[in-house]
Design a protein around this ligand. Sequence first.
Ligand code: HEC
Length: 62
Amino acid sequence: MKQTIGFTLSVLAAVILLAAFYSGPASGAAAPAKLDGKQIFLAQKCNLCHTVSSAGIERTMR
Ligand code: HEC
């Protein structure tokens, strides 16, 4: 029984830590400009080969 409680507590602690970690950057001041999939896509040059018509992205290489 004791072990079960310990396990439950560690799982809870992990969940809380993860929640803090993931909610931090979104609301914190240290966060970079809000990540935008289109910007990332263009920054990674995915549009060299891929067209995403729904996002208005035309591929640049023909
Ligand atoms: C040099 C050209 C090129 C670049 C740059 C490129 N891709 Fe691709 N990508 C391809 C090709 C060619 C395929 C198809 C491969 C296949 O079907 O075997 C593909 C397939 C894919 C697929 C799978 C699509 C499907 O229907 O299965 C995804 C997702 C994808 N690319 C995302 C990206 C992302 C995200 C980037 C930017 C980080 C990127 N690609 C950059 C050429 C490229």
